[in-house]
Design a protein around this ligand. Sequence first.
Ligand SMILES: C[S@@+](CC[C@H](N)C(=O)[O-])C[C@H]1O[C@@H](n2cnc3c(N)ncnc32)[C@H](O)[C@@H]1O
Length: 325
Amino acid sequence: MNITEVPKNGVYLADALTFSKSLPNDSLDLVLTSPPYADIKVGSNISKEYKSIKLSEYVEWFLPIADEIKRALKPNGSFVLNIDTLTKDGDRQLYIFDLLLALVRRTGLHLIQDAFYIKPPAIPAGSVSKYTRLKPSVEYVWWFSKTKLPKANAHKVLMQYSNSFAKKIRDVSRKHLTGMRYMPSGHSLKTERICKDHGGSIPVNYVYASMNDGSQEYMEEWKKRGLDVHPARYPEMLCDFWLLFLTEPSDVVFDPFTGSGTTLSSAKRLGRRYIGCDISKMFIEATQIRLGMVREHRLDMDMKLDEFVMETPIETEVAEDDIEH
Ligand SMILES: C[S@@+](CC[C@H](N)C(=O)[O-])C[C@H]1O[C@@H](n2cnc3c(N)ncnc32)[C@H](O)[C@@H]1O
């Protein structure tokens, strides 16, 4: 069968593999998702809704889905995968790295960049609460494509300049700072060339975001309707970042593991086309409620710096010779 139509905007009750097979070739601009992690444990109230994937079966379970994602991606589209590893019986498990190798070596995707999602740390438990481990606060975000040159535009997600760099820009424009800058690496650069105002700095390869992103009214609505809050949501700001960076208005965004609909909600708000699927009826209902509450449809979304300021978790002291551009 020759499938030519991208399904209409919305969320579908379906298994990720079956649904992905129904998507046309070369039709998606961005697949942004977070699959169920291996051997994940959730509370008993939600465990019948939230199915985990066995650690030993994870890679073989995921690869057929990845094959379909690759087939359905546009030649310059992107696949962004948020995933986290697991500690089991005191050992850090390496399944996500097996998956990464398999996605590149067996599925044939290019790893464009490895990035991170930095989140406020969870309540200490296990060895962490015994003060013998550090609080985990980082998840992986891997960006793949079928080409080495996927569509991307960092102008849409510029970060605020650090105070010291902003000062350098001011000093150069007032001619208080001129001449060559000699770097510890042995390179030398013209100050006027590197301290130019480009409207903001190219973002670093992490997004710091907490779940309190101000868009949580939908949770009240879920509670009112007797729906459980999804146990493994990611923040909308993480999606906003990748959507703005990798897509344009009207581009097609797909989330095969929609969960509570974070990707779809962000895509709808930013004027992208949005399709998703999930195997849980309850999460589908929750997503539909959430999508119904998305207020703005900002088709001309050209985020300005003061509207979208990437938070920087650590006050970065910029050394005299650091360059931002
Ligand atoms: C980590 S959650 C996604 C959370 C989502 N990013 C959010 O912010 O709400 C993974 C989701 O995958 C769904 N899921 C598990 N196996 C699936 C499958 N085979 N096909 C489709 N969805 C599946 C689960 O029901 C769960 O909602």
